[in-house]
Write a protein of this length. Structure first.
Length: 309
C-alpha cells in the first residue's frame, strides 16, 4: 500500500491546467463527432479523428491551432488514434470500428494519409481465438521500439489486451469478457508508462487495470476513483507523475497520482477539470514535450486544449 505522505504534498493543489480558448483558430473545421486526438510532439502537429457522413475523417492542425489539411481514404469509423515517431519517419495509427469494408482494423498511415499497413481483416469482425482478428478495436499505443499494444473490444465480442512485435507478431495476449482479475468489459484505452507498465481503461468494469509490459502479468487495478463513471481514456503527463483520465458521462477529466515503481495500490485523485454539461470527453492525448492536454469531445463535437499552469 502506498504511504499517505507520498501524496500529502499534492492534496489541495491549485488548478493545474487552463483552457486555451484560442485553440483551434478555426473550430468550424470540426464538422463531425470528434472521437479521438493524437499529438505529434516532435513535429508540433495534432491529429483529430471524427465521424459522420461526408466529413473528413482525419483533420490535421498545428499545435498553435492552425488547420493544415485533412484526409479521408480508407478510414470508416475512427475510434482511437496514435502518432508514432522514429528517427527517420512519422506515422499515424488508427483503430477503425466501422462495420463496412474498412472496419474492424488497426491501420498505419503516413502523415499525409497514405495507407501503409492494415492489421486485421477489413470488414470482418474477429473472434478472440485469432490474435490479429479484431472486433471493434478501441485504442492503440506504439512504443519507440515499434512494439504495439491494442485494446480490442469497444462493445464487440473481444475483450482483450494484445501486444505485438514491431513486425506484427503476437508477443502476448490477455483478457476475456468478465469482471475478474485480468478480464475486461469494454477495454477502451491503453497507455504505457516509463516503468514498464501497461495501463488499460477497463470502462465497463469502472476500473483501470495494470500489466507488466514484458510478460503481460497482471499487476493491480484501480477502482476507487470511478464509482460515478468508468474511465474512458488513459494518458500520462510528460513527467509521468500523473495519469489523465476522461470520464465521459460526468464530463470530467480526473488527474490521478501515478504510483512510483512498486505497489500499484489504489488511485488518488489529485485534481479534476469539470467540463461543461454534455461535453462528453471520449479520448485524450498529451503533448509529451510541452505538457498540453488535448480532449476529444463527442458531445460538444470539438477538441479542446488545456495548457499546464
Amino acid at each position: 500500500v502506498l504511504k499517505a505522505e507520498y501524496f500529502s504534498s499534492w492534496r489541495g493543489e491549485q488548478q493545474m491546467y487552463k483552457l486555451d480558448i484560442g485553440w483551434p483558430k478555426t473550430p468550424e473545421q470540426f464538422t463531425g463527432q470528434t472521437f479521438c486526438v493524437a499529438v505529434d510532439s516532435l513535429h508540433g502537429l495534432v491529429y483529430v479523428g471524427q465521424r459522420g457522413d461526408n466529413v473528413p475523417k482525419v483533420l490535421v492542425f498545428s499545435e498553435e491551432g492552425y488547420f493544415l489539411h485533412s484526409w479521408n481514404d480508407t478510414v470508416e469509423m475512427p475510434h482511437g488514434i496514435f502518432v508514432w515517431n522514429t528517427e527517420t519517419a512519422s506515422s499515424v495509427w488508427i483503430t477503425d470500428v466501422g462495420t463496412g469494408k474498412y472496419g474492424h482494423t488497426v491501420k498505419q498511415y503516413s502523415p499525409s494519409g497514405k495507407l501503409m499497413q492494415v492489421l486485421g481483416t477489413p470488414g470482418n469482425a474477429g473472434s478472440s481465438l485469432i490474435p490479429l482478428q479484431f472486433d471493434q478495436p478501441a485504442d492503440i499505443f506504439v512504443e519507440e521500439t515499434g512494439e504495439i499494444y491494442v485494446v480490442d473490444g469497444d462493445g464487440g465480442m473481444n475483450n482483450r489486451l494484445l501486444k505485438l512485435s514491431d513486425d506484427y507478431k503476437e508477443i502476448w495476449l490477455t483478457g476475456t469478457n468478465g469482471s475478474g482479475i485480468g478480464q475486461f468489459q469494454i477495454p477502451h484505452s491503453v497507455t504505457v508508462d516509463a516503468f514498464g507498465r501497461v495501463w488499460v481503461a477497463d470502462r465497463g468494469n469502472k476500473r483501470i487495470q495494470v500489466f507488466d509490459k514484458v510478460t503481460g502479468e497482471w499487476l493491480g487495478s484501480w477502482s476507487g476513483c470511478f464509482s460515478e463513471d468508468g474511465p474512458y481514456s488513459v494518458r500520462f503527463t510528460a513527467d509521468y507523475k500523473y495519469l489523465i483520465v476522461a470520464q465521459l458521462n460526468i464530463n470530467r477529466l480526473a488527474i490521478l497520482a501515478a504510483p512510483p515503481v512498486g505497489s500499484i495500490g489504489d488511485c488518488v485523485m489529485v485534481h479534476s477539470i469539470q467540463l461543461a454539461d454534455e461535453t462528453k470527453p471520449h479520448l485524450v492525448d498529451v503533448d509529451m514535450r510541452r505538457g498540453a492536454v488535448y480532449v476529444a469531445e463527442i458531445g460538444a463535437q470539438q477538441v479542446q486544449k488545456y495548457v499546464p499552469l
